[in-house]
Design a protein around this ligand. Structure first.
Ligand SMILES: [Zn+2]
Length: 107
């Protein structure tokens, strides 16, 4: 058994909402996502991983096209393309990092 830290109601070990005071267990509030349950965080991780993989595939096509066209000014778009891919992967990793800690109670 677990205990709500706010109202001390006895709760199931896996409970995510306190039946006494409606406190929620998760990863806090997000400005646009609202309260973040583990499921919300996991869906963010998978979304950014998907974006990163898709962008990487697009990048390979773009780089191939730019190099194939012999564009001399390709350095900047190549750089931006790679930076965007890295940012997407890093964003996915930082969302995943939240899940390394157990969820806590919020009210
Ligand atoms: Zn409670």
């Amino acid at each position: 058994m677990a205990e709500c830290p706010f109202c001390f109601t006895e709760l199931d070990e896996r409970a995510t909402v306190c039946k006494g005071c409606k406190a929620q267990r998760g990863y806090g509030n997000h400005s646009t996502l609202g309260f973040m349950t583990a499921g919300v965080v996991r869906s963010r991780v998978s979304r950014y991983n998907t974006y990163a993989v898709l962008w990487s595939l697009v990048s390979v096509g773009l780089i191939y096209a730019w190099l194939g066209a012999g564009v001399k000014e390709a350095a900047l778009p190549l750089f931006v393309t790679v930076v965007v891919a890295v940012v997407l992967f890093v964003t996915a990793r930082s969302w995943n990092a939240r899940l390394q800690k157990p969820p806590t109670w919020w009210k």
